[in-house]
Design a binder for this molecule. Structure first.
Ligand SMILES: C[S@@+](CC[C@H](N)C(=O)[O-])C[C@H]1O[C@@H](n2cnc3c(N)ncnc32)[C@H](O)[C@@H]1O
Length: 241
């Protein structure tokens, strides 16, 4: 190709038949997120119910028996998008220290949330979650699986849903950049950040399978692309003694 001439590349919207549009309007929404977080941070709430189970970053999947936590201006964002507001039990910013006593929760469930945080923020958050979990409590984490996406990129078809992308790079784009994603995980990396935060008994689970039945809230529509990991805060025996 002659030097200086321009070849269309993946992600080049002009004339591209592939869908590399960002499903999260970066810029405007990122800016709103940061500004509201900084301004309203002093008004972050505390969780209402001790010894409960935490549904962290619940989005539109509110569970009545759980403490449903999400970004504190979630409803402002929903209203801006013309969507139905949600009741938020615990309004927070996961990138900031949690306003919560130690050993407060009996278990934590978080589905398709950690990929929205930079890995440094996830490391801090996991240390905070370890602090607010009771000894022996389980955390169940679900994220898009780098392993499934990488297998698809390498030529396998882990699930027919992967075939919705016209070229394999689109799938990787979806994993890494779309929806405001800031990080991606395979089991090895997830296990490493959990261990760093102090968690034990870290293990890969399947959809709908895990140590704590009350945390099996997995969304079936996400199973094809998801990684399921559980870990435990140690010390239950010591706490009982
Ligand atoms: C893809 S949605 C997942 C929602 C729900 N867990 C589900 O499975 O449908 C990601 C959620 O994480 C929340 N989130 C992302 N960054 C956050 C932050 N810094 N603080 C609090 N919540 C955040 C978003 O508000 C959103 O509700």
């Amino acid at each position: 190709m002659p030097c200086g001439s321009r070849q269309p590349i993946a992600g080049d919207m002009a004339g591209s038949k592939h869908d590399f549009r960002n499903k999260w309007r970066r810029g405007r929404e990122d800016l709103a997120f940061e500004a509201v977080s900084a301004l309203l941070s002093p008004f972050r709430s505390r969780p209402p119910k001790k010894n409960g189970l935490l549904n962290l970053g619940f989005g539109r999947n509110r569970r009545e028996a759980y403490v449903n936590a999400d970004f504190f201006p979630l409803n402002l964002l929903h209203r801006l998008k013309g969507e139905e507001p949600q009741k938020v039990d615990w309004a927070l910013d996961l990138r900031r220290p949690l306003r919560c006593d130690d050993a407060f929760f009996e278990g934590v469930y978080t589905e398709h949330v950690l990929e929205h945080l930079r890995i440094a923020d996830t490391r801090r958050l996991l240390a905070e979650l370890w602090r607010v979990m009771a000894p022996g409590a389980v955390i169940r984490i679900i994220v898009p699986s780098l392993e499934k996406y990488a297998a698809y990129y390498a030529g396998e078809v882990p699930h027919e849903n992967f075939l919705k992308w016209k070229i394999r790079a689109e799938a990787m784009w979806n994993l890494n950049h779309n929806w405001g994603h800031k990080c991606c995980y395979d089991f090895e990396l997830m296990a490493e950040v959990l261990a760093e935060a102090g968690f034990e008994d870290i293990r890969r689970c399947d959809f709908g399978e895990g140590a704590e039945p009350r945390l099996l809230l997995d969304t079936p529509q996400r199973a094809w692309e998801s990684l399921y990991v559980e870990a435990r805060k140690g010390g239950a025996a010591a706490a009982k003694a």
